[in-house]
Design a protein around this ligand. Sequence first.
Ligand SMILES: O=P(O)(O)OC[C@H]1O[C@H](O)[C@H](O)[C@@H](O)[C@@H]1O
Length: 619
Amino acid sequence: MAAISGKIVQNVFLSQHCRRNRQLDTRYPRDYCALSMHNAHPKQGWKIACAGMSAMQLHTLAAHQINVGNRASVRCNAASCPSTIPSFEKVNFQKLQNGSDIRGVAVAGVEGEPVNLTEPVSEAIAAAFASWLSDRKKSVGSKHLSVSVGHDSRISAKILQDAVSRGIAGAGLDVVQYGLASTPAMFNSTLTEDEDFLCPVDGAIMITASHLPYNRNGFKFFTNAGGLGKSDIKDILERAANIYEGFSVESLKKSEEAAAASVRKVDYMAVYTSDLVKAVRLAAGNLEKPLEGFHIVVDAGNGAGGFFAGKVLEPLGAITSGSQFLEPDGMFPNHIPNPEDKTAMKAITQAVQETKADLGIIFDTDVDRSAAVDSSGREFNRNRLIALMSAIVLEQHPGTTIVTDSVTSDGLTAFIENKLGGKHHRFKRGYKNVIDEAIRLNSVGEESHLAIETSGHGALKENHWLDDGAYLMVKLLNKLASARTSGSGSGSKVLTDLVDGLEEPAVAVELRLKIDQNHADLKGISFREYGEAVLKHLENRTSSDPNLQKAPVNYEGVRVSGYGGWFLLRLSLHDPVLPLNIEAPSEEDAVKLGLAVLATVNEFPALDTSAVADFVHRS
Ligand SMILES: O=P(O)(O)OC[C@H]1O[C@H](O)[C@H](O)[C@@H](O)[C@@H]1O
């Protein structure tokens, strides 16, 4: 395709979005224009998302300017500016698959990360989802289908929202835009029965790249049966590639017109948040303000979760002063919105301690993950959050099976099985994997009510297996409220007491070993096959070491016990990486486990083993 200089497109982009945001966007603290100035700061080296824009987009942008009467001019100051309509750049759609999500680079400016989630690519993907959905719903009846579209706080959100809306409308489906939303709310919109809010919708798209850096973005898709799986995403990307091939100026113009005629906007987050409020009130015996007097601080990390303070906690009577980073800001200037991240957890812990709050709550960017902090500053994330949620769920459902990801600790198993009387089913990494496994267990007669990951993803049977960080926190709030009502406790100590007896290792680390995909040692095989070979070799090696015992039941990678602790080496779900988790009662024991792994992985030259080497030598 004829490349267009980023400079020209930048002119168009900036002129459009500075104007557009001034007119329409009141929800963001800074508009794109301000962001572009902000980000032009040399420290960040940020450039606007234009490098990936094709000349076709420039054409449509220019056309759009004429339509809306924008006076800003489109200057053609590059020798390569085409006079004819060019074709689109070739795109490898399958590369955008990230397990059961789609993820890509939407903003240019980061070295080595070219934009691959452009507007036309997004439009094609949305049209492909519409086609996939129409095929699925054919058997159900002839009702006109509708799709809800929401997004997190990323700087590319609005542009992609519009592209996605064009894709859906162009395919003949109705589009309902929610604006800033959470991922679980999007799924919920396929279940809500409320005509005033145009619900239930037949499908939902969340525009998010979760906790990834500001330049990324992506899509998650839902129907009332839950989130789409890997094979559905593969199917959608195949359809998208074909749709993209067939794009023409006329078809793009048509979809733009269809979107202009059919897009509707509703404040669905009002419905979702009032459902959360109702859930806490109900659990507290229909008390209007069951959290009256509790001081709870929220850290939304400038993602989409800021609503939780004003729209959930305050109506329930809680004081939320000292809450932080509630305003959406897609540059994430304070910390990464990720409850697994140490800096993020430090920030919420500090806020709890400084304000002497009863509880702290933190979310990831799109609110499908969460963690908490008690009044003493003790973190409820990773294994401790799972222990806490297990205690709450097992009180309601004695003996039930708790499904978790593969990197959970031995201490957690002992806690769930010996202290709580439940069953711990340690499965694979990946929120979709644990949820699907819990659903499968129920279908074969093994009762399970909770599927949860150390990452902070968690879903309950009572909540339609909806992967919802906010709902996990609602369960904690219910516990706080009911303990006070019953007189069994009046602060977050009631939560702290629930995890009493959970054994925690002195050392717990995750080291990530990269596979160099271009290394000659791969000899033409994929990084996955190479990773599998490493794992096989490690398994053989450890089986002949009398100090190490292979885990009797294991669903992912190589998990081995020894020296009072354990390690797990597995393939990352998405990246050319082998994550290594080690937990041990002392540094010395952790180093012994690290050395056992290092001896094997060092035999694979394409593997970057420096993280393990550093760990064993530093400790
Ligand atoms: O396999 P990894 O690279 O550690 O990534 C695993 C993680 O990937 C994504 O972030 C998923 O949303 C998580 O559910 C999963 O735990």
